[in-house]
Design a protein around this ligand. Structure first.
Ligand SMILES: [Zn+2]
Ligand SMILES: [Zn+2]
Length: 325
């Protein structure tokens, strides 16, 4: 998934925008007084969460050659822009995220899929349901929807997204697909880790490039972490979140495994404000559950982050699902 270098001027402008954005957030955070009023009386939900969680967040890392932002100029999406687009959300009818597998999964990848589904349920605080698995038989797929590259079978994401769209259950907020077959979005691209629609309520991603979980326990854990990171990112897109350029964030674009591995397993304060406003989380309860997940899996850095987030959410009274604007 490698684009073309546009030019150095565009790149330097992009870096300037990122730095300016980060400085603006920092400046606004330093200039605000300590919040004492209930959140319902604070001026804005988005500003409030940025104020609270900026202390445990990091600025975006410098852009390196081959990184996503090296090739793709992105403008980000602030809280107001997100609310204005009427993002995908749950409704009285649509209350669940459905998962669909394409192709056969071996036993360790089944374990990874199970743990990822468990994580999505905690992260998005929504029930997860499994649709019946579907096979991927190239004899039954149109020839324009697959190819062989470097002796690897690849399926076009658009084809799978269309299949998911047609299979959306009535009670589904979204239907997301997992496969261990490699993916590509169009002929110009070498591959893609995953792809989701901002509005069609579907997404798909692949475990094909995330390592062989049978190699050893370290590779299994890496494969699990990459799968969860990609799943949270793509489901975020399916909830209409665009790529993040404001912080080091799960919702930042990734062009390669080094970028995926460098991303945190949590949303930055701005993306967190968007999704928590949309889905009305009880943030404190959710952070405790996320910390427990990572602790149980032996990922201490991630457990530590969510433990800190749980402490802050309790300190600032984010212990109910009520959001008053
Ligand atoms: Zn993305
Ligand atoms: Zn973000």
């Amino acid at each position: 998934m490698f684009g073309k270098i546009k030019n150095l001027y565009a790149l330097s402008c992009l870096i300037f925008v990122i730095i300016a954005n980060a400085l603006a957030i920092l400046a606004s955070c330093q200039s605000q007084p300590a919040p004492r009023a209930p959140l319902s009386q604070m001026p804005h939900w988005g500003d409030s969460l940025v104020w609270i969680f900026d202390a445990i967040s990091n600025p975006p890392p410098p852009v390196q050659p081959s990184d996503w932002l090296f090739y793709n100029k992105e403008e980000g999406q602030n809280f107001e822009q997100y609310i204005a687009i009427n993002p995908v959300s749950r409704s009285a009818l649509r209350k669940q995220i459905y998962i669909q597998t394409f192709g056969a999964f071996d036993s360790l990848r089944e374990v990874i899929l199970h743990k990822t589904a468990q994580y999505l349920q905690i992260f998005y605080d929504l029930p997860i349901r499994h649709s019946a698995p579907q096979i991927l038989d190239t004899n039954a797929i149109p020839t324009h929807a697959y190819r062989t590259k470097n002796e690897m079978l690849q399926i076009k994401t658009g084809y799978l997204l269309n299949r998911l769209s047609k299979a959306l259950p009535d009670s589904a907020i979204m239907l997301v697909g997992f496969t261990d077959v490699d993916l590509y979005p169009s002929e110009q691209w070498n591959y893609v880790f995953g792809q989701a629609s901002l509005y069609r309520r579907v997404g798909v991603w692949s475990l094909a490039r995330f390592g062989n979980p049978y190699e050893d326990s370290a590779t299994f854990r890496l494969c699990l972490k990459r799968t969860i990171q990609t799943a949270v990112h793509e489901v975020g897109h399916a909830f209409s979140l665009k790529h993040c350029i404001a912080y080091d964030c799960t919702m930042a674009g990734s062009n390669n495994l080094r970028e995926i591995d460098s991303r945190p397993l949590h949303f930055c304060p701005i993306c967190e404000a968007k999704i928590s406003y949309n889905l009305k989380f009880n943030l404190h309860r959710r952070y405790l559950a996320l910390a427990k997940f990572w602790k149980d899996e032996g990922f201490h850095e991630e457990a530590q982050y969510f433990t800190e987030a749980a402490k802050l959410s309790q300190q600032y009274g984010l212990t109910t699902t009520a959001l008053e604007e």
